[in-house]
Design a protein around this ligand. Structure first.
Ligand code: PLP
Length: 344
């Protein structure tokens, strides 16, 4: 994955913003956007698209599992047009269940192979917009106060001294937490992976709804460890908070953050316009100024200097087709509810 300077990224974003600002808004109808990343980035995207096209965007931010559940609940009367962002697994499940629409963007040829792999796995119903690796962030002051070594590995999170001091989201609502569930199953095997999650449960103080929330809690010292996408911990580290992002020593999983058009979208043309625009380098450059440090999917989009270096990590060969399948995701979530969350 390429790496360019932060300065260049900022300049690019500034130019992109200036270009949007210079374009007069025209009344062009509306777009209902379900947004799966952090609120600030969601707002930057919807505002810039509105300015560029005059299309009024009604945006709602939710976690990936929640957006999937909403599409399913609304399938007989779809309200949304575009689902932008969030981990790829629930996008794949929605694709398999026919909740989203096939689309081939003219921008596809500008994308990294991993973004197109998602498009192929989804039978053209979803495409990769960014990538990010899973890990955790720990509060350096809290770890020091506990007198334990800095955690470097998944195994270190089972230290009894971390009892009630680890936060992670609930995989039913959060794409991040489902990514963790699928990662440990792939990394350790299903039996050992579930054993690990049961042990971890003893240290988990609460399962949050949103995947990135534990990073903020760790940055504030409300928890010693937050299991999150590494870029979500970087957000707080770069602003000087006492949090250290970690790529676990045993290896880790990663996400292909994705985008899909809702089947039955009332504003289909506008959804396609958004889709094409969201794949441009200019739109993808809006991430870093909105404090989102994922690796963008357009090869020409600047990679923020803060982006975790995925090519220097031990990444598992994440099986997106299997773990994004309706049967596997449903089965693993039900098993986690029964065997992990139900534990005292
Ligand atoms: N925030 C960021 C910056 C992400 O990259 C992602 C995943 O794509 C999420 C949040 C996922 O949120 P959640 O785990 O709440 O579905």
């Amino acid at each position: 994955m390429q790496s360019k300077s932060w300065l260049k990224a900022g300049l690019f974003a500034a130019l992109a913003t200036a270009a949007f600002a210079a374009t007069p808004a025209r009344a062009q109808g509306s777009l209902v956007m379900y947004c799966g990343v952090q609120e600030e980035w969601c707002r930057a995207m919807s505002t810039a698209f509105e300015k560029e096209t005059g299309i009024k965007v009604a945006m709602t931010r939710k976690s990936a599992g929640e957006i999937y559940a909403q599409l399913k609940a609304e399938s007989s009367n779809p309200r949304g047009d575009i689902w932008w962002g969030g981990t790829g697994d629930p996008h794949l499940q929605a694709a398999e269940e026919g909740l989203t629409l096939e689309y081939e963007s003219p921008k596809n040829k500008e994308l990294h192979g991993w973004a197109l792999d998602q498009w192929k796995a989804a039978k053209q119903r979803s495409v990769g917009i960014y990538a990010g690796a899973l890990g955790f962030g720990f509060n350096t002051e809290q770890i020091k106060a506990k007198g334990i070594p800095e955690p470097k590995c998944w195994a270190d999170l089972l230290n009894p001294k971390l009892k009630d001091d680890v936060q992670v989201a609930d995989p039913n609502s959060s794409g991040t937490a489902y990514n963790l569930l699928a990662t440990v199953v792939q990394l350790m095997g299903e039996e050992k992976g579930f054993d690990y999650l049961k042990q971890l449960h003893k240290n988990v103080s609460q399962y949050t709804k949103s995947g990135a929330a534990p990073a903020k809690a760790a940055s504030l010292g409300e928890t010693a460890v937050g299991i999150v996408f590494i870029h979500d911990a970087v957000v707080f580290a770069v602003q000087g908070d006492p949090i250290k992002p970690v790529a676990p020593c045993e290896g880790t999983g990663y996400e292909i953050g994705s985008m899909s058009i809702v089947k039955g979208a009332r504003n289909l043309d506008n959804a396609k316009k958004f889709y094409d625009w969201a794949l441009t380098p200019a739109a993808q450059a809006l991430a870093a100024p909105a404090k989102s440090y994922q690796v963008p999917s357009n090869k020409a989009a600047p990679v923020p200097a803060q982006s975790p270096k995925m090519d220097q990590m031990k990444l598992i060969n994440y099986d997106f087709v299997k773990y994004g399948s309706s049967a596997e995701r449903t089965r693993l979530l039900a098993k986690w509810d029964k065997e992990v969350k139900a534990l005292p």
